[in-house]
Write a protein that binds this ligand. Structure first.
Ligand code: GDP
Ligand code: MG
Length: 459
């Protein structure tokens, strides 16, 4: 996928910053070189690469890291911000009636994208129709028709008509009931005058709300000329990058986006109609850098936090971030985790937590099954306030008392204390990686100030 190597190589150089509080010029040179290498390998335009690396360099050296930030986090957040900036906003696609025209060379993935987008709109509760105007390629009609039937969306085409403009006109009439009209067009092997003339005519007839350029992720430097040409003739509002599931690099497509001053609308990553997603700059770059999907994680965490908060009014997440990890915190965390869904999934979304780190933890370090939870709750109810705040103070005699009070075996109480100890150690471990204490701030920053609401390393 695009810039596939960037994440791992960049993490390697960033790790060398671990423990440092300031970056030196040499450090940043090395990191910027890594970034340049990955971007150039991914076919991103040279001038774009230079522009990007200059601003990363300047910012990393000149900007004062916010108080308490490690050099690593500081540089990572700058790289992140600059990359998000490079790919730009996602193309605005309002969920309302509209006509979308797809342009692009033959084989770029227009027809597939038309069906995919139609499927996507139908999942949003709108009624889409695809109009196939490709009279150039034999089999285009059958292919589009079949894909649309798989997507369960309306379709119009006419294999006996060889006038694309006429097909477009009739198509719009025939599918007048639909909310969204997606007009698929023909392509050629290369940009030719007659292709440009044809698409201009269709454009004039259809009067689309937006024109999307479909680009194969493998396109490379040729993307620039194509993008310019299509932009000049019909105007390009957004780009769809297809075949991101392949070995393609996608950098050419990023260059094209920049060239036409447009943005990315959708990403295609497979041959079936469901293999489509809206382009989200933040989550795209997070994934690219192997930082997990910060946006999605934050959203989940926030939802879980809110729900848990309602049940435990006296629990304040800020306390946990500031000081000791108490049994109350643990109860809260277990509750929140239960609400977030499968733990391994959640861990995958946490920066730096993806590959293998979970394997290093004891198997039951985070076993928060419902049964265990219930037993722990009962035990905690038999503890005093000071025991909950300071579980280390709980000795053999207290364990005996708590066991009598809760009706649970002493063994279960030791288990609970053991689990608390492990979670507390894990927490420290995360903080040691320079990602615990600063995570909240980083998340806030990465979401553009959306507010991470007191997140601990467990969420
Ligand atoms: N793996 C993969 N194949 C794709 C994707 N999009 C399109 N294709 C394939 O690329 C080929 C050309 O796609 P098509 O939609 O016909 O391109 P068009 O000529 O621009 O209409 C077809 O074999 C598609 O199945 C994608 O995202 N991933
Ligand atoms: Mg086609």
């Amino acid at each position: 996928m695009v810039l596939d190597n960037l994440g791992s190589s960049l993490r390697g150089s960033l790790d060398k910053l671990s423990g440092k509080s300031r970056v030196s010029e040499d450090d940043i040179e090395e990191i910027v070189k890594e970034i340049q290498r990955s971007l150039l390998q991914a076919d991103v335009d040279v001038s774009l690469v230079m522009e990007l690396s200059d601003s990363i360099k300047t910012r990393a050296l000149e900007e004062e890291p916010p108080g308490g930030t490690t050099a690593r986090d500081h540089v990572l957040s700058i790289v992140y911000e600059e990359l998000v900036d490079l790919v730009g906003e996602s193309t605005d696609i309002p969920l309302e009636n509209q006509t979308i025209l797809l342009a692009g060379l033959q084989g770029s993935g227009k027809t597939t994208t038309a069906a995919k987008m139609a499927w996507w709109f139908s999942k949003k509760g709108l009624r889409p129709a695809v109009i196939q105007t490709d009279t150039f390629r034999p089999g285009a009609y059958d292919q589009a028709k079949e894909m649309c039937s798989r997507a369960e969306v309306d379709f119009y085409g006419n294999p006996d008509n060889d006038d694309p403009v006429d097909i477009a006109r009739k198509g719009l009439e025939e599918t007048a009931d639909a909310d969204i009209h997606i007009v698929d067009t023909a392509g050629r092997h290369a940009l030719e005058d007659d292709l440009i003339a044809e698409i201009e005519e269709i454009e004039a007839e259809v009067d689309p709300d937006r024109n999307l350029l479909v680009l194969d992720a493998a396109i490379g430097q040729g993307a620039k000329d194509q993008a310019k040409q299509f932009d000049k003739s019909i105007g390009i509002n957004g780009v769809v990058i297809t075949k991101l599931d392949g070995t393609a690099k996608g950098g050419g497509a990023l260059t094209a986006v920049n060239e036409t001053d447009s943005s990315i609308a959708f990403l295609g990553s497979g041959e079936t109609v469901q293999d489509v997603e809206r382009f989200e700059p933040n989550s795209f770059i997070s994934r690219l850098l192997g930082m997990g999907d910060l946006g999605q994680l934050t959203e989940r965490v926030q939802r879980a936090m809110e729900e848990t908060q309602e049940e435990e009014e006296d629990w304040d997440p800020e306390d946990m971030l500031k000081g000791q990890f108490t049994l109350k915190d643990m109860r809260h965390q277990m509750n929140a985790m239960n609400k977030m869904g499968p733990l391994d999934q959640v861990m995958d979304m946490i920066p730096g937590m993806g590959g293998g780190l979970m394997d290093e933890l004891p198997d039951d370090a985070m076993d928060v099954t419902k049964d265990r939870m219930r037993a722990f709750e009962v035990i905690m109810d038999s503890m005093t306030e000071s025991e909950l705040e300071n579980p280390r103070s709980i000795g053999a005699s207290q364990i005996r008392r708590i066991s009598r009070g809760s009706g649970k075996d002493e063994e279960r109480i030791r288990e609970l204390l053991q689990q608390h100890k492990m979670m507390s150690q894990t927490l420290k471990q995360f903080q040691g990686m320079g990602q615990g204490g600063d995570m909240e701030r980083m998340m806030k920053k990465m979401q553009g100030g959306g507010g991470g609401g007191g997140l601990g390393p467990f969420g």
